[in-house]
Design a protein around this ligand. Structure first.
Ligand SMILES: *[C@@H]1O[C@H](CO)[C@@H](O)[C@H](O)[C@H]1NC(C)=O
Ligand SMILES: *[C@@H]1O[C@H](CO)[C@@H](O)[C@H](O)[C@H]1NC(C)=O
Ligand SMILES: *[C@@H]1O[C@H](CO)[C@@H](O)[C@H](O)[C@H]1NC(C)=O
Ligand SMILES: *[C@@H]1O[C@H](CO)[C@@H](O)[C@H](O)[C@H]1NC(C)=O
Ligand SMILES: *[C@@H]1O[C@H](CO)[C@@H](O)[C@H](O)[C@H]1NC(C)=O
Length: 473
């Protein structure tokens, strides 16, 4: 048994294997001649004319595998099923500088997965091409990190009706999203993030019952959110952050019972959010920061935050929120990150309640108009470290605690009822105070972003992993 393993190992690593074993001298994995030539030609278009596939890889589905190419047996011939172009691994075939999408690419009719990673650097637009030829099998199409891909996404992408995953991430695409995308109702993942897409988000999600991830973040989408968004009943992750979406959030959002991540940060959404969002009990990550919701009369006080008891990350910073910090937040036992900074919050800080949150590792309440005394223990400040910010609250004071003094010290005075705060700050030099506050608040923002992006990377990774399982097993 073990010598067979050794021979197999040799087969995989050394090309003279066929000669050694002698009994597979037909060349290993027989391919249809047109398929094989189409593969060489297609790759040559990306790598460059000097690349001679038939010379270097005489048996591409057998004993001379090409990095980035996978094959499968149909009948008694081998066909290419996966093709990845660009520098994914160190030994991948790198894309050349003046590359061409050869028509032969669209002859690989058994392709299930086609990926371009870090391939297009010089400007190129995708012509309509013959995408429809790949329509009967292609399940995954990815363009990742191709700054050279500019112009519109071709309308013909909509003919790939078997697609389960369409990832168009961090390229230079612009213009409107083609309406034909509405035909791709089998999608489980639709990512158009990090391009320059404009126009409204198409209102055609009615058929997208299997969609798990919708990420349109970091584009120039405008207009209001489509109502059909509530039809994507399986949705786990909805990221529309960093666009120019306006108006109110539709009630329909409340029916997304499986949604765990909702990121709408840095849009112009002006209301309708809270009463709809508290219906989505599955939420773990809720990021609404940077939307002007302060004008909404439903201030965050009226919301039953305790309903969202799965929340891990809650970022409500820079929203112009008014009112007091809702006490319901203190029953969110899984909360790790709470950002309330740079709003117009008033009243006392429910320090004792917030301190009981067992997982809380970051708390930002800086840049508000909170009053009274911060009642956190020394242990709490130590646990938080730099991930606690309370500065820029002119009427808030803090006991002298070594290490993390961000506010004026509270002056205590004994009365008949016990200790009472006396708000006189005359012992602090104004200048020193200003300097301290501005630097710590700048830090606050930086740390917020950092912590948050780490959190998201992690979530994204988990989601991607679960998707891999969903898609390929
Ligand atoms: C590759 O090399 C072979 C000879 O080794 C030659 O016949 C063939 O024309 C070459 N193909 C290309 C595309 O250069
Ligand atoms: C998309 O579907 C519509 C009908 O809903 C059809 O007219 C159109 O041709 C399809 N587009 C593509 C690109 O397949
Ligand atoms: C929501 O998630 C549960 C558990 O993962 C699953 O059983 C259910 O089918 C999902 N609902 C929808 C509408 O996809
Ligand atoms: C707070 O409210 C005041 C007056 O209502 C307004 O001038 C100020 O811009 C608001 N601050 C923030 C950060 O929204
Ligand atoms: C902060 O709140 C106090 C009342 O507690 C109010 O007098 C003051 O105008 C507020 N400051 C700002 C900037 O809104």
């Amino acid at each position: 048994m073990s010598w067979i393993h050794s021979v197999l190992f040799l087969c995989l690593t050394l090309s003279w294997c066929v000669v050694v074993t002698g009994d597979t001298d037909d060349g290993g994995a027989p391919m249809d001649k047109t398929e094989q030539e189409a593969l060489y030609s297609a790759i040559q278009g990306f790598v460059g004319d000097s690349w001679n596939g038939s010379d270097l890889y005489p048996d591409p589905c057998g004993w001379t595998p090409i990095q980035g190419v996978s094959c499968d047996l149909y009948g008694d011939l081998w066909y290419v099923t996966d093709l990845t172009l660009g520098l994914v691994h160190e030994n991948s075939l790198p894309c050349g500088t003046s590359l061409v999408i050869k028509p032969e690419l669209f002859k690989l009719k058994h392709l299930k997965s086609l990926t371009f990673f870090n391939c297009f650097v010089s400007p190129i637009t995708l012509a309509k091409e013959d995408w429809i030829n790949l329509g009967s099998n292609l399940e995954s199409l990815e363009f990742r990190s191709n700054p050279g891909l500019i112009g519109g996404l071709p309308e013909t992408i909509g003919s790939l009706t078997k697609l389960k995953s369409l990832v168009v991430l961090e390229n230079g695409f612009n213009g409107k999203v083609p309406a034909s995308l509405c035909n791709l109702t089998r999608l489980q993942r639709l990512v158009l993030a990090g391009n320059l897409f404009t126009g409204t988000i198409p209102d055609c999600f009615n058929g997208f019952k299997d969609l798990l991830i919708l990420d349109l973040s970091r584009n120039l989408f405008s207009g209001t959110l489509p109502l059909s968004i509530g039809e994507m009943v399986s949705l786990l992750k909805l990221d529309l952050s960093n666009n120019q979406i306006e108006g109110e959030l539709p009630q329909e959002l409340g029916v997304l019972k499986n949604l765990t991540l909702l990121d709408l940060r840095n849009n112009i959404i002006s209301g309708g959010l809270f009463e709809n969002i508290v219906k989505i009990r599955s939420l773990t990550d809720l990021v609404l920061s940077g939307n002007p919701m302060g004008s909404d009369d439903d201030d965050m006080m009226g919301i039953k935050w305790e309903n969202l008891d799965n929340l891990v990350i809650l970022d409500l910073s820079k929203m112009g929120l008014r009112g007091e910090i809702p006490s319901g937040l203190a029953s969110l036992k899984r909360l790790r990150f709470l950002g309330l900074n740079d709003n117009n919050l008033t009243g006392l800080v429910p320090s004792k309640e917030l301190e009981t949150l067992p997982c809380l590792g970051a708390l930002y309440i800086n840049g508000n108009n909170l009053t009274g005394e911060l009642g956190f223990s020394r242990k709490f400040y130590e646990k938080m470290g730099t991930r606690f910010k309370a500065s820029k609250n002119p009427n808030l004071c803090q006991h002298v605690v070594s290490g993390s003094q961000q506010l004026k010290p509270c002056m205590m005075e004994k009365t008949e009822d016990g200790l009472v705060i006396k708000q006189t700050w005359s012992n602090l030099k104004k200048e020193e105070e200003k300097k301290d506050e501005s630097s710590s608040s700048a830090m606050g923002v930086m740390v917020t972003r950092h912590v948050l992006s780490n959190g998201f990377m992690w979530d994204l990774l988990l989601l991607e992993l679960s998707l891999l399982v969903v898609l390929y097993y």
